[in-house]
Each structure stands twice: as structure tokens, then as C-alpha cells.
Write a protein that binds this ligand. Structure first.
Ligand code: GLU
Length: 509
């Protein structure tokens, strides 16, 4: 690596919400900057006014903030290299395009959209479906390379619309080394003369992107693989201006869970998982769901994303953001597409939920769901239920019977465990339980064990019945803990009601 300070950027176009692939790009930039004591900035690339979507920029900033990966330079943040929104830098770009024209590295092209469409159509009919404006066709088109100088001047003078196109040299190999993909070699004969400056007075993405990366002193361009085909042109542009070429790192695509193709924005809700960090509603009122609103913790989302295309080379999977920054290197980013795994994503969420203290979860429950229970009660609930939950709200749904009497009784437990003498057995157990004075876990457990051994029965024959009657379920945390939590009176009431309910079910069956 050179000695230049590390400066990296995330350069989204505000054309809609930020796909999780975009968040991963931002994350890797953030981690790389942190690891190398560099700067991570955000630049909004909004030169294509036709694709501008109101609210998208705010969405992007809000999503990065939720993820905890805010840049230190950018719109609304400040920095010495602003403005950080390209439409606000509009005036800066034309002189660069003009400079290239002067140096015969670019040219004015006056062909109208209709004329170009006609060319394309004619070529198609002649069996050439991929017509391009390139080093061959430019010699017969309406541009400053073919028209006499006075005619060019007159056209410009008279306000004829024109674009500025890159004059791709013939038959030159462009080589650059991508940190992830290794050497890339492309011959200029395979590249077209891309538009650098549009007739609407705006630069294209290509020109604005490299001018800004140069002016903002970007050392490493870390971005999605979909930009790899543009990289040779970008390298040519840097060289045309005589600027240092930043190092490139093109990140692998995110693939659908079945590995079949790119993970697109429509996949999420179709396949049942979000592809956006936070909810987004289109102007037509269509909702795309987000991780935040689904109840994911940003730490879990980020941890999962970090592993989509990167691994630390050790078995460790749970990483805080700081640990990720410490461990992250671009040479451990893979070339191959990264398959998104919704189950693994839920697993990360579970791990983060479990790692929180009961007190932390309890206060989250209280704040989020306005629960009436005391902090202490909620802490006990969290202690019992967090191993069975993925999201905080699952603690309430999974542990519903801690707050309300059961109304249904697990059929499987009834058919497998409820025998003819169960009613009598459980009535006897109810009486014993009623006589336990210190109604806490251990004495309840002792009484239970004494009871089953006096009956010569195993735990497996009696405990499921106890659980069934008190909670209605066939599985859950320690019954002794549940009993203590509910208290004697409630337990006895539930046992009595449960015996009647199950017996009725049995007779009616
Ligand atoms: N504006 C491009 C995008 O929307 C940025 C590509 C790049 O990082 O160079 O992804």
C-alpha cells in the first residue's frame, strides 16, 4: 500500500432505498477505513436527474446511522472536500471534459438521439445487434473529429445540443490490478466512446465519479462488482488527466439463497426476508420491508453482512463492529458471489438477543411494548424465554402463558401423555403443591421429585402433564421456575382448571 492516507468513499445514487448489497459496500468501506486509520466519506451521485427519487438520500443516511456506520465526511456532516452531493458540484465538471477535448482525448458529438437510434436499427438489420459509438463508427458520425472546425464552432455557437465523448484509443491494452480480482486486462477496441458530458449540462456518472474521486483524494475504490466493466474506462480517464489511479477492489455479488442469480430488490418480500436495512414505501404506496422494523438488531444485521463475501480465516463468527474493523482485510474478500442465507441471518439475531442481559431486554420490552409488569418480573420472563426467541417480541409471544392462562392445550402432549389415571394423579399433585410453603423453585422441585418417586413414576411421565396444565404447551423453560414466577395461587388455579379442561376434551374426543 502506498503512503498516502487512506480515504475511501461510499457513492450511492439516490435512485431508491439502499439495498443490503449497498449497505455491505458501505460497511466494507467503513471497516477498511477504520482498520487503516483512514477516512470514510459518503458522496451522493445524483447526476442522472431522470432517476432521482425524493427521500432516497435521507433514507440512505438514516439507514447508515441505524447500522452504526456513519461516514465522517458527507452531506449534512461536513468535511474539507465538499460539497458531497454531485448536483451541488455541477459547475466543476465541464472544464475537465473540455480539457480532454482540447487534448484530443475526447470530442464533441452532435448526433441526435433519433439519428443514433436509426444507426442502431440499421446495424441490427444488417445482423449487428450491438452497435456502438466507437473508434470505428465515430469516423462516419457527426462529431468534432469528422466535421470541419468552423462547422463545429458554428454548431456550438448556435446552441446545437451536443455531448462530449471519450475518444477511446485504438487497440491498447488497459491493465490494472484489482485487490480482489487480480489483474484485469481489457483491449480498448472492445470499449465504446462513452459519453462524459451530457447535453443537459451534467456530467455522466463516469466523469463525475473520477473527477470527484480525484478531488476528494480517494485512495481506494471499494464498490460492487457491477462496476467492474466501467473500471477500464475509469483507469483510462485517470491516465488521460495524468492523475494517480486509486486502487480498486470490486466486491462479489450477493446471490439469492439458492445461488440462482443476483439478489434483487423484489426477492426479499417474495422469498420472505427483507433486502433493505429499513422499511421503504414507494411513492405508489408499495412497502418494501426492512431489517430494523422486522426487529433485527443492527449489530446482528451488520455481523451477518460482514460475512457475505468475507471471512476472518478463523472459526469466530460473532464480531462487534470494532472487532470487525480490527479483523477486516480486503485480501480475505472472496471473488465468488456470496449466497445470502436467511436462516444464518436469523441465527445471528438469536445470538445477539441471547447475549443481552435480562435487565437490558426487560427495559427494551417495557419501552417498546409499554408492559405493565415490573422490571423484575420482566427480567425473570426474559431469563426464561430469551433462549427460545429470535426477536424481542418473541419473548412475549413465546412466553404468553406467563401473562395469561392457557386457553388451548397441546394436543400431542394430551394424546401421548394423558392417561386414564392422569386426572387423579394431577389432582394429588395439586394438593401437594398447595402445601409447599416456600413457593420457590427449589422447594417446588424437591416436592415434585418426592411425589414422583412415591408414585414410582419417572419425570417424563409427570412433568409434561404439569407443564400442559399450567402452560398449555408441550415444551418450554424449567417448570419449577415457571411455577415460582406464577405464584402458588395462580398455579393451583391453572392446575384445577386444566384438569377439567383436558378431561372434557378427552370425553368429547
Ligand atoms: N453511483 C454508483 C452507484 O450507485 C457508485 C459506483 C462507484 O462506487 O463508483 O453504485
Amino acid at each position: 500500500m502506498s503512503n498516502k492516507p487512506v480515504r475511501v468513499r461510499f457513492a450511492p445514487s439516490p435512485t431508491g432505498p439502499l439495498h443490503m448489497g449497498g449497505v455491505r459496500t458501505a460497511l466494507y468501506n467503513y471497516l477498511f477505513a477504520k482498520k487503516n486509520k483512514g477516512t470514510f466519506l459518503i458522496r451522493i451521485e445524483d447526476t442522472d436527474q431522470t432517476r432521482f427519487v425524493p427521500g432516497a438520500q435521507e433514507y440512505i443516511m438514516d439507514a447508515l446511522a441505524w447500522c452504526g456506520i456513519m461516514p465522517t465526511e458527507g452531506p449534512g456532516i461536513g468535511g474539507d472536500f465538499g460539497p458531497y452531493v454531485q448536483s451541488e458540484r455541477k459547475e466543476m465538471y465541464r472544464p475537465y471534459a473540455e480539457q480532454l477535448v482540447k487534448e484530443d482525448k475526447a470530442y464533441y458529438a452532435f448526433d441526435t438521439a433519433e439519428e443514433l437510434d436509426e444507426m442502431r436499427e440499421r446495424a441490427k438489420q444488417m445482423g449487428m445487434p450491438n452497435w456502438q459509438y466507437n473508434h470505428i463508427t465515430r469516423t462516419t458520425l457527426k462529431n468534432s473529429l469528422t466535421l470541419p472546425q468552423d462547422q463545429v464552432d458554428a454548431l456550438i455557437q448556435n446552441g446545437a445540443p451536443y455531448v462530449i465523448r471519450m475518444k477511446m484509443p485504438r487497440n491498447e491494452d488497459i491493465r490494472f490490478e484489482d485487490i480482489i480480482r487480480g489483474w484485469v486486462v481489457v483491449n480498448t477496441n472492445n470499449l465504446d466512446d462513452k459519453v462524459l458530458f451530457k447535453s443537459d449540462g451534467m456530467p455522466t456518472y463516469h466523469l463525475a465519479n473520477i473527477v470527484d474521486d480525484h478531488l476528494m483524494e480517494i485512495s481506494h475504490v471499494i464498490r460492487g462488482e457491477e462496476w467492474l466493466p466501467s473500471a477500464p474506462l475509469h483507469v483510462m480517464l485517470y491516465r488521460a488527466f495524468g492523475w494517480d489511479v486509486p486502487q480498486f477492489a470490486h466486491l462479489p455479488l450477493l446471490l439469492r439463497p439458492d445461488g440462482n442469480g443476483k439478489l434483487s430488490k423484489r426477492d426479499g418480500d417474495r422469498l420472505g426476508f427483507p433486502v433493505f436495512p429499513t422499511d421503504w414505501t414507494t411513492s405508489e404506496g408499495e412497502l418494501y420491508s426492512g431489517y430494523r422494523e422486522k426487529g433485527y438488531y443492527p449489530e446482528a444485521f451488520i455481523n451477518m453482512l460482514a460475512f457475505l463475501g468475507w471471512n476472518p480465516g478463523t472459526p469466530q463468527e460473532i464480531f462487534s463492529l470494532d472487532e470487525l474493523a480490527e479483523a477486516f482485510t480486503l485480501d480475505r474478500v472472496s471473488k465468488a458471489g456470496a449466497k445470502f442465507d436467511p436462516d444464518k441471518t436469523r441465527w445471528f439475531q438469536q445470538q445477539y438477543l441471547r447475549s443481552k442481559s435480562n435487565a437490558e431486554l426487560a427495559s427494551q420490552l417495557k419501552a417498546q411494548f409499554q408492559r405493565e409488569e415490573s422490571e423484575e418480573q420482566l427480567e425473570q420472563v426474559c431469563g426464561m424465554m430469551k433462549e427460545r426467541a429470535t426477536f424481542i417480541q418473541d419473548i412475549l409471544t413465546e412466553g404468553n402463558y406467563l401473562f395469561e392462562k392457557p386457553t388451548v392445550y397441546d394436543e400431542q402432549t394430551i394424546s401421548k401423555k394423558w392417561k386414564e389415571d392422569s386426572s387423579a394423579l394431577m389432582t394429588e399433585w395439586t394438593a401437594i403443591l398447595a402445601s409447599v410453603n416456600d413457593f420457590s423453585q427449589e422447594p417446588i422441585e424437591t416436592a415434585f421429585k418426592e411425589f414422583i418417586s412415591s408414585k414410582n413414576l419417572g419425570i417424563g411421565a409427570v412433568l409434561p402433564l404439569f407443564r400442559l396444565l399450567v402452560t398449555g404447551t408441550g415444551m418450554g423453560p424449567s417448570m419449577f421456575e415457571i411455577a415460582q414466577f406464577l405464584g402458588k395461587e395462580e398455579c393451583i388455579a391453572r392446575l384445577e382448571a386444566g384438569i377439567n379442561a383436558v378431561e372434557t376434551l378427552k370425553t368429547n374426543a
